[in-house]
Each structure stands twice: as structure tokens, then as C-alpha cells.
Design a protein around this ligand. Structure first.
Ligand code: ZN
Length: 121
């Protein structure tokens, strides 16, 4: 039996207890990303993935900043501090939607920011 480790905390986990999530791959395929000891650590990975997934057309400087934020968040979370992963994911996804609207707006007429996203809670 191969031993699995959480991609966030490096703790060993049983395959039966492992959590994962998927992202869009090429075309309609989905790619499973990592294995996590808990839903909290899975959500941390999703949030970091959303930060690293810079919008198309983002400059190198934007990408480097996002990488730095992701590194610092991961370091904080591994120390047991830092913001709620759900909040980070929400902010990253909202920023992505806003960014893509801005990029579109730059070669078209101005568009409003994405409509207020109602909290699903
Ligand atoms: Zn973990």
C-alpha cells in the first residue's frame, strides 16, 4: 500500500480519508489536483490555485505578485494562521471575474464590475 501525504501539511493520510478537487483540463477533461487530509486543507489548495491561475493576458509582474501571495498564504496556513481559505477563494475568483471584465472592457466600451455576487451561504 502506497503512503499518501497531504499536499498542504505533508501529513500521511489513508487513501479512504483523502480529499481532492478537480480543475478544468484541456477541452472538457478534469484534472484531479493533489490529495488532502481534510476539506480545510483541500480548500486552502483551491484558494491557492485560484490565486496562481492569473487571468489570460496578465503581465509577468501580476503573475509574480500572485505567486508571492500564494507562497505567503501557504506558509501562514502551514503555521496555523492566516485568513479563511473560503474568503481567499472568493476574493481570488471575484478578482478574476473583475480582471477579465476589465481586460474585455479595454478594447470595448466600459463595462461595470461584475454584479455583486450574492453570498451563497
Ligand atoms: Zn493536511
Amino acid at each position: 500500500m502506497k503512503s499518501l501525504v497531504c499536499s498542504i501539511c505533508r501529513r500521511e493520510i489513508d487513501e479512504a480519508d483523502a480529499h481532492s478537487f478537480t480543475i478544468a483540463g484541456g477541452g472538457s477533461s478534469r484534472i484531479a489536483v493533489g490529495l488532502y487530509c481534510s476539506t480545510v486543507h483541500r480548500d486552502m489548495a483551491r484558494a491557492i490555485g485560484a490565486i496562481l491561475d492569473a487571468p489570460l493576458g496578465a503581465s509577468r509582474a501580476v503573475r509574480e505578485r500572485r505567486e508571492r501571495i500564494a507562497d505567503e498564504l501557504l506558509a501562514a496556513w502551514r503555521r496555523g494562521v492566516g485568513p479563511d481559505p473560503d474568503d481567499v477563494l472568493f476574493a481570488a475568483e471575484w478578482a478574476e471575474a473583475a480582471g477579465s471584465n476589465l481586460l474585455r472592457a479595454s478594447d470595448a466600451s466600459p463595462q461595470p464590475a461584475p454584479a455583486e455576487v450574492e453570498s451563497a451561504a
